[in-house]
Write a protein that binds this ligand. Structure first.
Ligand code: PLP
Length: 391
C-alpha cells in the first residue's frame, strides 16, 4: 500500500488536533504561509471565463513568459522547452515516468521522490549526504554508489537534486554541483533539478545543474513557495534544448496528456502574468525572501541554544537540526529515535515537526525538519502584517 505523503499527513494531523481544541505550534508543513501576491486575484477573476482545454504543455503566452523568466536567470530558453503542470509534484512524477530507469537520490531528500519512484516500480539508489553539503552528494561517493547499484542489478537513469535543498535549507557550492554533473554525465544519467526554493535564496547564488550539464538537465519549479500559491497548483519545467530534450518533451507531453491534460486555463493566465515579473510581484517576492530568511535565522539561533547541531539556513524556510549532541539527555526521557522525538514534541508539547526518517534517514538519526513559515500567523490578517513589516 502507498503511504500518505508525510508532509500532508502531518498537516492533516495538526488540523485534526486543532479541531479537537488542542493548541498546536505547526512547524511540520512546507507551506509558504503568506497572502496571495498583489494583482493576481484580479488576473484570476478576469480569466474565469477561460473554460476550454488548452495545449498540453501550456498556452504559448504562458510558455513565452516562462521562457523569459528562465532567460533572466541566465538560462536561455525557447517557449517550446517549457511545460506547465498542476504543481511541480505531478510534474516530477511525470518526469520520472518519461525519463525511465532507476532513481538516484541524495539522503536525506524531499519526501515524495522515493515514494514516486516506488509507485513507478523503480529502485532507489540512495547516496548519503551530510547536512552541510546542501543536498549534493560527494562525487566520489556518488560514483561508488552507482557502481555498487549497477553490480546489484539496478539501472540508474536519473539523478534528482534539490537546489536549494529541502530538508536542509542549504545551498551547495557551484564546484560541487559541477563535479556531480560530470559524474552523472559519465554514468549516462539525466539530472532533474528541483529548484522550487531558488527564488527564496537568502543571498547566495543558486548553482543550477542546467549550467553544467545543459543537454541532460531538466529544471522543475513552480509558484507554490516563492509566491505562496501552493493551493493554486502551478508548476513548470524547463527541458533541455537538443535531441534528448526534444525526445523527452514528446515523451513527457504524452505522459501529461494521459494524466492532467493541461494546467487549468485561469492558472495559466496567473502564471503568465506573474512570470512577466511586474514590479509589485518582484517587490512581494523580495519581501517574502527577507521574512523567510529573518525568521529562519532566529529559529536557527534558538535551536543552537537548545544544543542541536544545525546549519545556518541559506534558502527557503526549513532547518534540519540534529539533536545527536543531546542524545544522552533525550534518552533519559525515553527518546532514542527521530520519530520518537517528533512524537514527543507533538504529544507532550504540541509542536509539530517531521523526523529525518520522512526524508529517508535512518530513524536512529535524531534529526527533525522544521518549517518556520507557518509561524507568521494563522489568520490572513496576521500574515499580511508579517509581510508588510518587511516591505
Ligand atoms: N519539491 C520540493 C522540494 C518541495 O518541497 C515541494 C513542496 O513541498 C514540491 C516539490 C512540490 O511543490 P508543488 O507541487 O506545490 O509545486
Amino acid at each position: 500500500m502507498t503511504t500518505h505523503s508525510a508532509t500532508l499527513a502531518i498537516d492533516e494531523a495538526v488540523q485534526a488536533r486543532r479541531a479537537a481544541g488542542h493548541d498546536v505550534l505547526h512547524l511540520g508543513f512546507g507551506e509558504a504561509g503568506l497572502p496571495v501576491p498583489p494583482g493576481l486575484a484580479e488576473v484570476l477573476a478576469d480569466a474565469h471565463s477561460s473554460n476550454g482545454y488548452g495545449p498540453v504543455a501550456g498556452s504559448p503566452r504562458a510558455r513565452t513568459a516562462a521562457a523569459g523568466w528562465f532567460a533572466r536567470r541566465g538560462l536561455p530558453t525557447e517557449p517550446d522547452q517549457v511545460l506547465f503542470a498542476p504543481g511541480s509534484k505531478p510534474l516530477l512524477f511525470a518526469l520520472l515516468a518519461a525519463i525511465g530507469g532507476d532513481v538516484v537520490l541524495p539522503r536525506p531528500a524531499w519526501v515524495s521522490y522515493a515514494a514516486q519512484a516506488a509507485l513507478l516500480g523503480r529502485r532507489v539508489v540512495s547516496v548519503p549526504v551530510p547536512a552541510e553539503a546542501g543536498g549534493i552528494p560527494d562525487p566520489e561517493r556518488l560514483a561508488a554508489e552507482l557502481g555498487r547499484a549497477a553490480a546489484a542489478g539496478a539501472r540508474p537513469g536519473v539523478l534528482v537534486l534539490t537546489v536549494p535543498d529541502n530538508p536542509t535549507g542549504t545551498i551547495a557550492p557551484a564546484e560541487q554541483v559541477a563535479a556531480v554533473c560530470r559524474i552523472a554525465e559519465r554514468h549516462g544519467l539525466a539530472v532533474v533539478s528541483d529548484e522550487i526554493y531558488a527564488e527564496l535564496s537568502h543571498g547566495g547564488a543558486v548553482p543550477s545543474p542546467a549550467r553544467y550539464l545543459p543537454e541532460r538537465t531538466v529544471v522543475t519549479t513552480g509558484l507554490s513557495k516563492s509566491l505562496a500559491l501552493g493551493g493554486w497548483r502551478i508548476g513548470f519545467a524547463r527541458l533541455p534544448a537538443g535531441g534528448w530534450g526534444r525526445r523527452l518533451r514528446q515523451e513527457l507531453t504524452g505522459v501529461a496528456s494521459e494524466i492532467w491534460s493541461s494546467l487549468a486555463a485561469p492558472m495559466q493566465a496567473v502564471a503568465a502574468h506573474a512570470l512577466d515579473e511586474p514590479p509589485e510581484i518582484t517587490a512581494h517576492v523580495a519581501a517574502s525572501r527577507r521574512l523567510h530568511g529573518r525568521v529562519a535565522r532566529e529559529a536557527h539561533g534558538l535551536l543552537q541554544l537548545a544544543g542541536a547541531d544545525c546549519r545556518r539556513p541559506q534558502a527557503g524556510f526549513y532547518l534540519y537540526p540534529d539533536f545527536a549532541p543531546v542524545r544522552g539527555a533525550l534518552s533519559a526521557r525515553g527518546i532514542t529515535t527521530g520519530s520518537g522525538l517528533a512524537a514527543a514534541l507533538l504529544d507532550r508539547h504540541g509542536v509539530a515537526t517531521l523526523p529525518g526518517s520522512a526524508f529517508g534517514e535512518p530513524d536512529t538519526a535524531l534529526t527533525l525538519r522544521i518549517a518556520t513559515s507557518l509561524l507568521y500567523g494563522t489568520t490572513a490578517r496576521q500574515r499580511h502584517a508579517a509581510l508588510a513589516a518587511e516591505e
